[in-house]
Ligand binder design. Structure first.
Ligand SMILES: NC(=O)c1ccc[n+]([C@@H]2O[C@H](COP(=O)([O-])OP(=O)(O)OC[C@H]3O[C@@H](n4cnc5c(N)ncnc54)[C@H](O)[C@@H]3O)[C@@H](O)[C@H]2O)c1
Ligand SMILES: [Zn+2]
Length: 349
């Protein structure tokens, strides 16, 4: 079993990674929770695949187990779903001692974490992420929340889980599309902090080495978040590729997936910064090749000035400034502040 300890300002918890751990989850959950009652929250795709396994382990471990299943997809990530979860908790007389288990992808983790943060002003929760994206990214860092009609992740809370349990075997049922999506973030981690991870990704069979790859990514996310739990400084490097990426994601009206857009965003910015002499030559080519290996298309149909214009509303800036993340070479990133009106100069096809 691979183990990582996250020491956030507000809490310390472990991330455990092991194939097959789902069937034995109760033995790892028992030591970190206070109560004996668990609400497993999951979605309509994950429930038929893994709910019974988790339930069986918890029941065997002496827990009284309940479940709440919501319709899979980002469209469920809103306050109505959270309200329904509050009702399930209240109907079953959950108290502050009881806990929630989030079994699913990033949508499930974000919703469940927010419900846990707010029900009775906070109850324990455990993350069991089942998508590659949630295993390397969303289950760690403490960001929870939902979308409103005015924007994505507009309402939420910083709230840390008691434990993150990762079973890489769950990736066997994940579609190629969502696997590639997670790879976008994994490539990002290599770019911003770990040249060795990047060359591993270039050279090995990714599926076969996924456990080690997940571990390396989580170390990076943990270290960056530890340094800056509430996102005032260094945590911004996690947004590499995201300013232009979010813009493309919005312009595509969310028909393109997040990881795909991050891949496009990384390539656009590195191509430009290479031309500006801020990045080692040949870096963009390496990123393009690796993205292609992972099934991520890095080309962009939208005009660069349209992408830049769209990015002006990005929340990651203050006043007329925009903080963009650049890399000097694979593995080394820095924050670069530009005038919002100049952002197009930092994009290239
Ligand atoms: N909190 C954070 O720090 C953070 C970071 C990044 C992204 N996010 C959020 O994460 C969400 C995206 O996460 P996601 O891509 O995991 O989306 P998701 O939870 O919708 O999962 C993607 C799809 O895969 C299905 N699925 C999940 N696990 C599966 C499995 N093992 N086998 C087969 N199918 C499975 C789901 O039902 C869904 O259809 C977004 O809402 C985003 O805002 C949060
Ligand atoms: Zn992202």
């Amino acid at each position: 079993m691979k183990k990582l300890i996250v020491e956030a300002m507000s809490a310390t918890y472990e991330i455990l990674i092991e194939r097959g751990v789902l069937s034995n989850c109760a033995s790892f959950i028992a030591p970190v929770v206070r109560g004996k009652r668990a609400l497993i929250i999951t979605d309509t795709n994950v429930a038929p695949l893994y709910l019974e396994k988790v339930k069986a382990s918890l029941t065997k471990g002496g827990f009284e187990t309940y479940s709440h299943i919501f319709t899979a997809g980002e469209q469920s990530k809103h306050l109505t779903t959270v309200a329904e979860i509050y009702d399930t908790l209240a109907e079953n007389e959950f108290t502050r001692k009881d806990f929630i288990v989030a079994l699913g992808g990033g949508v499930c983790g974000d919703i469940s974490g927010f419900a846990a943060a707010s029900y009775m002003r906070g109850i324990d929760f455990v993350q069991i992420p089942t998508t590659l994206l949630s295993q390397v990214d969303s289950s760690v860092g403490g960001k929870t929340g939902v979308d409103t009609k005015y924007g994505k992740n507009l309402v939420g809370a910083f709230y840390q889980p008691k434990l993150v349990l990762i079973d890489p075997d769950t990736l066997n049922t994940l579609s190629d599309h969502y696997f590639a999506d997670g790879m976008g973030e994994i490539i990002k981690y290599g770019c911003i902090r770990n040249a060795e991870l990047f060359s591993t990704l270039e050279n090995v069979d990714i599926n076969e080495n996924i456990e080690d790859i997940i571990l390396e990514c989580l170390k990076i996310k943990r270290d960056v978040v530890n340094e800056d739990e509430r996102e005032g400084g260094i945590r911004m490097i996690l947004n590499f590729g995201h300013t232009a990426g979010h813009s493309v994601e919005k312009l595509s009206e969310f028909t393109l997936s997040h990881g795909e857009c991050v891949a496009k965003g990384m390539v656009m910015i590195v191509k430009a910064s290479e031309k500006l002499g801020l990045t080692e030559n040949g870096t963009a080519d390496r990123i393009v090749k690796l993205c292609e290996k992972c099934g991520l298309d890095t080309s962009t149909d939208f005009e660069l000035d349209v992408i830049a214009e769209n990015a002006k509303n990005d929340k990651k800036g203050s006043g007329s400034d925009l903080n963009i993340i650049l890399i000097s070479k694979i593995g080394s990133s820095f924050i670069h502040t530009v005038n919002k009106n100049d952002f197009a100069l930092y994009l290239s096809k």
